[in-house]
Design a protein around this ligand. Structure first.
Ligand code: TK8
Length: 335
């Protein structure tokens, strides 16, 4: 009995020692928050980022992950980074627009014809220059990750044309481009933080929303939405970003560890997200009425939202809009 007690005691001591050594080794703590839950590709890629950073910093940096808006909504988390009370987040570009106006360009409808065209522009000079502009706002843009093509869901009726959208109360991200696009189709759009969305649909405050297939499935939106349509009306990038206050405190070698891990996790994220979105569209066919638009039907949506370009071109910056469109054409010509 006495021997057994001694063994248990030494085990507890060993555990305490290990824990204290690990926490002692961490000189820097990154608290990273996102809005999606821990089944999302975004969270899986953050786990991969965490692994790379903790290993390559020899434990000098520890990364704590918080999902499902535990640390606040996208805007609140970006403000926390500016204040230095949180170290990382990964919002869609849409809520970034109030911080750096140029990010609005990525929320122009039907801007990117393919994932690869999006990668080409985001990883090219235009996308990278916008990331650089975040630094004036106390944010360090590390890499573009992927949210994906946004698809409409609703609880009222199948949607095959812009006509079917008329009168639908559609939740949008807090971004004027999204509001304008749905107004052009005759919907009643309501901007709302992601964390409030599920209960708003459940209570009928909104009839519908739009997000990639992975989000629609993994956040259980199908429990409160009966119909979905592959509108694919906007390609949403995520921006993995860090508090500049925190980043500037890191020694150069650890800044490099973070930057390289963000890029490696970007490739992991795009690959995982694309595979998951294809898989979850199939799963949604078992739980929702899925409308797959013909090319002619999709062209009707593109035509309906075209006025958004004229409405916002000057506000975004005509030169920026034209350079992105030119880069897309350049990429398409190489295919
Ligand atoms: C999650 C959001 C979400 C976005 C939205 O934090 O708000 O609908 O698509 O992914 O960023």
């Amino acid at each position: 009995m006495r021997k057994k007690l001694m063994i248990n005691l030494s085990l507890v001591l060993l555990l305490l020692l290990t824990f204290s050594v690990t926490s002692l080794a961490a000189e820097y703590t990154i608290n990273a928050g996102i809005g999606l839950n821990d089944k999302s590709a975004q969270y899986m890629s953050l786990e991969y980022f965490k692994k790379l950073v903790e290993e390559r910093s020899d434990g000098k940096i520890e990364v704590n992950l918080y999902h499902s808006s535990q640390l606040g909504d996208d805007r609140e988390m970006m403000e926390a980074l500016q204040m230095g009370t949180q170290q990382m987040t990964c919002p869609s570009t849409a809520p970034i627009a109030p911080f750096v106006n140029g990010f609005k360009v990525f929320d122009l409808p039907f801007l990117f014809p393919t994932h690869e065209a999006a990668d080409y522009v985001l990883d090219g000079p235009v996308g990278q220059n916008l990331l650089k502009q975040l630094e004036d706002e106390g944010l360090v843009g590390l890499a573009y990750w992927e949210n994906g093509y946004r698809q409409l869901t609703n609880s009222k009726r199948p949607v095959e044309s812009p006509e079917d959208v008329k009168g639908l109360k559609v939740r949008t991200m807090e971004n004027p481009m999204h509001l304008a696009a749905w107004k052009e189709m005759g919907a009643n759009p309501t901007p709302m933080a992601f964390g409030e969305l599920f209960s708003a649909m459940q209570q009928g405050v909104v009839d519908g929303q739009e997000n990639p297939w992975g989000t629609i499935y993994l956040q259980n939106f199908f429990e409160v939405q009966d119909y979905t349509t592959d509108t694919g009306h906007v390609y949403s990038p995520f921006v993995l970003m860090m508090s500049k206050q925190f980043y500037d405190k890191l020694p150069t070698d650890l800044q490099q560890v973070v930057k390289v891990a963000a890029i490696e996790a970007k490739h992991h994220n795009r690959k995982t997200n694309r595979a998951m979105n294809a898989e979850y569209l199939n799963k949604l066919k078992d739980v929702m009425e899925v409308t797959i638009l013909t090319p002619e039907q999709k062209a009707e949506f593109q035509k309906a939202v075209q006025p958004v370009y004229d409405q916002f071109k000057d506000e975004i910056g005509a030169e920026l809009v034209e350079s992105v469109q030119q880069q897309v054409e350049e990429f398409q010509a190489q295919q």
